[in-house]
Design a binder for this molecule. Structure first.
Ligand code: UD1
Length: 365
């Protein structure tokens, strides 16, 4: 029986792995689940496992935080003996985090073939740690699961072998379809925060390029504080963001800054918001799944199809007034008439499982 070893570690990877685990089980593949421990706060880890009906990891490596080199090195050191012991047929990694890079690199060096879910995404900004992680992971992978037509095209243009590229659709869309009913039933986040439907803006900020740069962080936080004069702004804050806002002494009393929320609360918050303003990749898509317009607080995005279709607008965080002005303009705009199926039909996980079942085990050479 084919054995797939899944490596996760950060919040968005739990969301992506959940529907794939279900599909692997349905296809009678054996999954070994490894959690690097990159995200370790219960609110950013255990809560996701519970809400997404995931079983406990088979191996929890407890790596925790650290500078990029040290964090990645510690992951490599701890993943290697697990792979040597388990000898899976495939190692599956997700997205673009340090856990993705460490898992892929470790497996490739042990000649275990790597399958990369969310392959082919590029921001073209090599100052982002995530961009380096994506490029390296794609290079050492034997199967490249591309979520969109654009991602598959990028992989082809970079010279990846055609037979390694599989256009799957997006597993986050699968997750949304799988769990949005449960979110509507179980989440009481709107009443807890006294929010009316379509009467607030949902914001998130966590990228190092924003949190570690005083000017950009100030532009975002003070821009949002200005918006909050006339529209409620809810900001579930990543621990990194909360620390950075406090350290910079940024005043944002009008913004409702709350602790990180779980998947189900987040789904409800997105679905009922008027607009999402974020630097997260996942949230840009999740806003679209719920047909909510989005402003991306970065200089570029990997999900360019949403920008081209008018659902997303890039707003580089230069100054509070430009951020607030762009958000106000976006709030005034009508929604685009068309909502193309960029992210597949909600069966990406099944396509991935089917490919792993039929694909001969072949490592990179
Ligand atoms: C990581 C990923 C990013 C992904 C994001 C999702 C990398 C390079 N980045 O960034 O691609 O979009 O996860 O959230 O892998 N911290 C806590 N508690 C936690 C986790 C983190 O307090 O549970 C704090 C730590 O102080 C740490 C900081 O947040 O210094 C950053 O954590 P890190 O593990 O570097 O990842 P993210 O910023 O979350």
């Amino acid at each position: 029986m084919t054995r797939v070893l899944t490596i996760v570690g950060a919040r968005p990877q739990f969301v992506k792995a959940a529907p794939v685990s279900v599909a692997l089980r349905a296809a009678h593949l054996t999954e070994i689940l490894v959690h690097t421990g990159q995200h370790y706060d219960p609110a950013m880890s255990e809560r996701f496992f519970d809400e997404l009906d995931m079983r406990a990891p088979d191996h929890h490596l407890g790596v925790g935080s650290g500078p990029h080199g040290a964090q990645t090195a510690e992951m490599l050191r701890r993943i290697e003996p697990v792979l040597t012991h388990e000898r899976p047929d495939w190692v599956m990694v997700y997205g673009d985090t340090n856990s993705t890079l460490a898992g892929a690199l470790c497996a490739a060096k042990l000649c275990i073939p790597v399958a990369h879910v969310e392959a082919g995404l590029r921001s073209r900004n090599r100052a982002m740690p995530e961009e380096i992680n994506r490029i390296v992971t794609d290079r050492v992978s034997s199967l490249l699961f591309a979520p969109t037509a654009g991602a598959a095209e990028i992989l082809r243009a970079e010279g990846m072998a055609q037979e390694t590229i599989v256009r799957t659709g997006d597993v986050m869309f699968d997750a949304m379809r799988m769990f949005s009913g449960k979110a509507a039933q179980r989440s009481d986040v709107l009443s807890r925060l006294a929010l009316e439907q379509k009467s607030y803006l949902l914001a998130t900020v966590h990228r190092a390029e924003n949190t570690d740069d005083h000017e950009r962080l100030g532009a975002i936080i003070q821009g949002l504080d200005d918006i909050a004069r006339d529209l409620k702004v809810v900001l579930p804050a990543h621990p990194r963001t909360r620390k950075a806002v406090a350290a910079a002494g940024l005043a944002c009393a009008r913004v409702t800054m709350i602790d990180p929320v779980g998947y189900l609360d987040m789904a409800q918050l997105i679905r009922n918001s008027r607009l999402v303003a974020t630097d997260s990749g996942g949230l840009q898509k999740e806003a679209y799944f719920h047909r909510v317009p989005c402003v991306t607080l970065r200089a570029e995005t990997e999900w360019t199809e949403l920008v081209a279709a008018g659902w997303n607008e890039i707003v580089p965080p230069r100054a509070p007034a430009s951020v607030a002005g762009a958000i106000r303009a976006a709030l005034r705009r009508a929604l685009p008439a068309a909502a193309p199926a960029f992210y597949g039909s909600g069966h990406a996980a099944e396509i991935i499982a089917a490919k792993l079942t039929t694909c001969p085990r072949k490592s990179t050479s």
